[in-house]
Design a protein around this ligand. Structure first.
Ligand code: HEM
Length: 519
């Protein structure tokens, strides 16, 4: 009966990497470029700039190369926030990187000065070498960005969400049935829920199984995107390295990533295209948008829609799966919270039906559990990197043009000015006379805020309500019969999954299966 979470799929390792985590292997060429940059003084702040931005001391030539947190970015950012305040500066081979860690600073830059801080940095590895420049999370803040947002709005805006409810409910029932029949695989079914939901919403594919090639390809693709964007690739800091020959390991890796990304963008897209042609396509983001360019819309628009489709499931499936894993962990560690949520579900819904999205207002405690899961363990603890478009004066500092900005959404969740006893899992913080602020920041701030935020909240709400109506999550036991209470540990670069932990999931009462077996 014990279940446990599989680790996040790792990107393929058919070639050794060339990242800053293996900095000792960087060849002499790299040092030469560094020397060149150093003497050109590219790492300095702009001429006549304000007070120096605090941060770890930079070494000659290397700058802060050795301080770069290729793993556990969140922990480094928390440490720096304590030592240097809300803005910490690193400089690597002439590139300025700012780590932001307070609600006030992130809001000021990403919301109030959004026209300057909503671009993405030029990441040579992911954008140029892997071909991700057209994917929405990497597009620059300009016409292509706005056009893709328009396509997405038609799918993801709150007013069109009801159309996804049928799909969510169907995937939810599949989750309950599979968990009932094979409780030890519950964690894998949670992942299937979000991947299958995202792929069906975007491409109108039939419901997918755990080991379906489309699911496996999508999971590999997500791991590839994470590695490409957050891998700390040397070529992102020294663009001249992109001219190195194709047999160099990072070039081989980029080639493999590019081929997989192209396959993932084209395979389901081409399948939908032929269904549209022969009139068998079901309504989906792709089939609906394809009709628009049948009559001669440009190839560029087709590429934008195709890349938007890939970005929606790429950005949405893993983060949502991570949130549901965090939910299970939170319920395992907090049985009293779990029992209160179950009591509310029984009181409001009875034991005759499962929740609907329209029940959210009647289930305030369940909703507060959902928000507290997002706050306690933000799935994307550091926002996708932003870039400054111009020199900007802020708080006595000058932030130079082309600075990369990494915002810690995790630190916002731990901000003592906003949340009391922030480490505690306490859904009641959002209730009572003086409720604390709901953690909308978990989805980022300003124009680059996650376009799938409302879908993600509905997805976790329905999962939480379905699971707690039908099952109880309990600790597994060791050989001596003692409960195993896991100490939460998290890993991953962009999406921070909890590490593998054992748990037991059991039906709440005899006959509960009639709620989900028949449909
Ligand atoms: C628990 C679930 C989710 C979390 C925590 C989350 C969080 C985030 C965050 C923090 C960002 C970066 C914001 C920034 O750069 O400042 C982002 C971007 C994005 N998210 Fe989500 N997300 C989730 C689910 C989804 C879903 C379900 C979808 C689609 C259906 C989605 C689509 C996207 C896209 C396309 C972007 C790129 C936006 C851009 O670059 O402008 N996300 N998300």
């Amino acid at each position: 009966m014990n279940s446990s979470f599989p680790a996040t799929p790792a990107p393929p390792t058919n070639a050794s990497t060339f990242t800053f985590s293996s900095a000792h292997l960087i060849p002499a060429a790299l040092v030469l470029v560094a020397t060149y940059n150093f003497f050109r003084g590219r790492g300095k702040q702009s001429a006549g700039s304000g007070k120096p931005i605090p941060g770890p001391r930079a070494l000659p030539l290397l700058g802060n190369l050795l301080d770069w947190p290729s793993e556990h970015q969140v922990t480094s950012m928390q440490d720096w926030a304590e030592r240097y305040g809300p803005i910490t500066k690193l400089s690597i081979f002439g590139k300025n990187i700012l780590f932001l860690s307070s609600t006030a600073t992130i809001t000021e830059l990403f919301v109030k000065q959004s026209s300057t801080f909503s671009d993405r940095p030029q990441l040579v590895f992911s954008q140029e070498l892997c071909g991700m420049d057209v994917m929405h999370p990497m597009t620059q803040y300009g016409p292509d960005f706005r056009e893709q947002r328009k396509f997405m709005k038609e799918l993801l805006a709150p007013e069109v969400q009801r159309t996804h409810e049928g799909l969510l409910a169907e995937e939810g029932r599949r989750l309950l049935r599979a968990t009932f029949e094979r409780p030890k695989d519950a964690a894998r079914y949670l992942r299937r829920f979000s991947t299958s939901f995202a792929l069906r919403m975007v491409y109108g594919l039939p419901a997918l199984e755990i080991d379906d090639p489309d699911v496996l390809l999508a999971e590999e693709m997500m791991a590839i995107c994470e590695s490409a964007i957050a891998g700390g690739w040397a070529v992102d800091f020294i663009p001249a390295l992109k001219r190195l020959p194709s047999w160099i390991p990072f070039q081989r890796r980029a080639k493999y990533f590019r081929e997989k990304i192209t396959e993932m963008m084209s395979k389901p897209w081409d399948a939908v295209k032929s269904q549209v042609m022969d009139g068998t396509a079901v309504d989906s983001f792709c089939s609906i948008n394809m009709q628009k360019f049948v009559d001669g819309t440009s190839k560029h628009t087709e590429t934008l829609i195709k890349a938007t489709a890939a970005a929606i499931y790429g950005a949405g499936a893993d983060t949502a799966a991570c949130a549901s894993h965090n939910f299970i962990l939170a319920m395992l560690l907090h049985p009293v919270v779990q029992a209160r949520a179950q009591e509310e579900l029984d009181r409001v819904l009875g034991r005759d039906r499962l929740a609907r999205i329209s029940d959210k207002a009647q289930l305030p405690f369940v909703m507060n559990v959902v928000w507290e899961v997002f706050r306690w363990a933000p799935p994307a603890p550091v926002a996708v990197p932003h870039r400054s478009r111009a020199d900007v004066e802020f708080d006595g500092y000058v932030i130079p043009k082309d600075t990369m900005l990494l915002a810690s959404l995790y630190s916002m969740s731990r901000d003592p000015a906003v949340y009391t006893s922030a480490e505690e899992f306490n859904p009641d913080r959002f209730a009572g006379d003086k409720p604390e602020r709901l953690p909308h920041h978990t989805f980022g701030l300003g124009p680059r805020r996650c376009p799938g935020a409302d879908v993600a909240v509905n997805e976790l709400f329905l999962q939480a309500a379905y699971i707690l109506s039908c099952f109880t999550i309990k600790p597994a036991q060791d050989e001596a019969g003692a409960d195993i209470i896991p100490v939460p540990k998290f890993g991953g670069k962009m999406v921070r999954f909890p590490e593998d932990f054992p748990f037991v999931i059991e039906p709440r009462y005899p006959g509960v299966e009639r709620l989900f077996m028949s449909s």
